[in-house]
Design a protein around this ligand. Structure first.
Ligand code: SF4
Length: 58
């Protein structure tokens, strides 16, 4: 079965955020060649402090 949106999974970027427009359908991968990761905290201490800043809502 073909992925929607001509999706090309980047097997180096695992992602389960199905609400993102770059998420690859049934595969839990990102379709971008690269992503930007950053933080919304002044002093990040756990992984919940960091974000995929390439996220865009579907
Ligand atoms: S841009 Fe970020 S949130 Fe969106 S699919 Fe890629 S890794 Fe996931």
């Amino acid at each position: 079965m073909m992925d929607m949106n001509n999706c090309q999974a980047n097997k180096s970027i695992h992602c389960s955020v199905e609400q993102c427009r770059y998420h690859c359908g049934t595969d839990n991968y990102c379709s971008l060649n690269a992503i930007q990761v950053g933080t919304h905290e002044k002093d990040p201490t756990v992984c919940q402090c960091v974000d995929c800043q390439s996220f865009e809502k579907k």
